[in-house]
Design a protein around this ligand. Structure first.
Ligand code: NAP
Ligand code: HSE
Length: 402
């Protein structure tokens, strides 16, 4: 079976796709019976030197050339939100399936695109959009669909995990670690989306949508990135056996939904504390499977291309695709579960200590000099009172992972 492909974008991921297809062409053909031929590539700069061999392929900066071309599948790895959604919609309306890695666009437009796909008997594939090379989308759609899922949670951004790992283990400065992540190709074109947690929020939304079969909007994700993380807190908590991770959490709290992205201290013995550098991990709690964890590379050209090409193969060989169009909106939870916290105060430890004791909240002092302590579980309301009264310099959940 021969399939003609238009590849939209030829940066980190697009180059990985071209190189992967060349390197594994025979293997893919022998295992799936499919042979892909890239006929068109869309870029913004047609004279730029490429790291992949594009000989014999029409490289253009004119999308209209591709929109009307004779292709079987469009693969979008260029980024962009509204204009890219319009391009994808046009392919789907022609009945052409689309594979995309673009979580920025999907987090806003997935419901509309899934509707167009369904109306036109096309299909939309987006395995690479969440957690890079980890096959979590396919897993939720096809492998855990016998479960009622109560929680999906994980390290969903390779760039921030890389930065936190470099700061924690290698003593790197935040800015050097970010520059390194950009140079390797983990970071987004604008890394603000990575470090402010927006990228992880988009992925959390996509996971929640599949896990709970509800529609969500980005403003439903409570968001806090890593830009204000102080190495001092990482070091103070390290001695207490805690490791800081940026976690995306989506939980079903009795048919109301809590979606959040924030740095959380995780017990060093917990599996998530041992997911380092650009690696991602996703935990899923299902009522039949219990807890399952999926671990692997969260970013990178070949790692992401692995997911993109797997979608390409599946689009050719799987005829019945799971229908994933939620009908209802997921209502936000108003009451959040209790949690343990790490707190560092501005020199007001004795007052905070007496307040915690008066509320019967157990705690352990981590550093008197730095006024840092960890509490056992307390309510979000109590935390709010502590924040209002003492304005702590640092606040992190602990083991929200559990
Ligand atoms: P990238 O390196 O910046 O590459 C983007 C490519 O798209 C470039 O080839 C660029 O052309 C082309 N392009 C961008 N805007 C265009 C436009 N308006 N018209 C025509 N061509 C355009 O990005 P990337 O890292 O490969 O990421 C691509 C997508 O995959 C993004 O949606 C990203 O969020 C997603 N993703 C990335 C990773 C990763 O590890 N990098 C992982 C998962 C998902 P030029 O080459 O001419 O500049
Ligand atoms: N910038 C993203 C990350 C790419 O660092 O995880 C993969 O989605």
């Amino acid at each position: 079976m021969d399939k003609k492909i238009a590849l939209l974008g030829m940066g980190t991921v697009g180059s990985g796709v071209v190189n992967l297809l060349r390197e594994n062409e025979d293997l893919i053909h022998s295992s799936s019976g499919v042979r892909f031929t890239i006929t068109h590539i869309l870029v913004s700069d047609t004279v730029k030197t490429r790291t992949a061999d594009v000989s014999g392929i029409r490289v253009t900066d004119d999308i209209t050339e591709i929109e009307n071309a004779d292709i079987d599948l469009a693969v979008e790895v260029m980024g962009g939100i509204d204009s890219t959604k319009d391009i994808i919609n046009k392919f789907l309306k022609r009945g052409i399936p689309v594979v995309t890695a673009n979580k920025d666009m999907l987090a806003v437009h997935i419901d509309e695109l899934e509707e167009t796909a369904s109306e036109n008997s096309a299909a939309l594939y987006y395995e690479a959009a969440v957690a890079g090379g980890i096959p979590i989308i396919h897993t939720l759609q096809h492998s855990l669909n016998a479960n009622r899922i109560s929680k999906v949670m994980g390290i969903l951004n390779g760039t921030t995990n890389y930065i936190l790992s470099k700061m924690t283990f290698d003593g790197w400065d935040y800015n050097d670690a970010l520059k390194d992540a950009q140079a390797i190709g983990y970071a987004e074109a604008d890394p603000t989306a990575d470090v402010e947690g927006i990228d992880a929020a988009r992925k959390t939304l996509l996971l929640a949508r599949l896990a709970f079969n509800k529609k969500f909007t980005l403003d439903q994700v409570n968001l806090n990135g890593i830009t204000n993380v102080d190495i001092k807190d990482i070091k103070l908590a390290e001695s207490a056996g805690l490791t800081l991770k940026l976690l995306g959490v989506a939980e079903d709290l009795e048919d109301k939904y809590n979606l959040s992205v924030e740095p959380i201290f995780v017990d060093t013995k917990h599996q998530l504390a041992n997911v380092h550098y650009e690696k991602n991990a996703v935990f899923v709690n299902g009522n039949m499977i219990g807890e399952a964890m999926f671990y692997g590379p969260g970013a990178g050209g070949y790692e992401t291309a692995s997911a993109v090409v797997s979608d390409m193969i599946n689009s050719a060989v799987i005829t019945a695709k799971a229908k994933n169009i939620p009908e209802e909106k997921g209502e936000p939870a108003t009451e959040l579960p209790d949690s343990a916290y790490y707190l560092r105060f501005n020199g007001s430890l004795p007052e905070a200590e007496s307040y915690l004791a008066s509320q019967d909240i157990q705690f352990e002092i981590l550093s008197t000099e730095d006024a840092a302590l960890r509490t056992l579980k307390m309510s979000a309301q109590t935390l709010q009172k502590i924040q209002d009264t003492f304005a702590p310099a640092a606040v992190y959940k602990i083991n929200g992972a559990e």
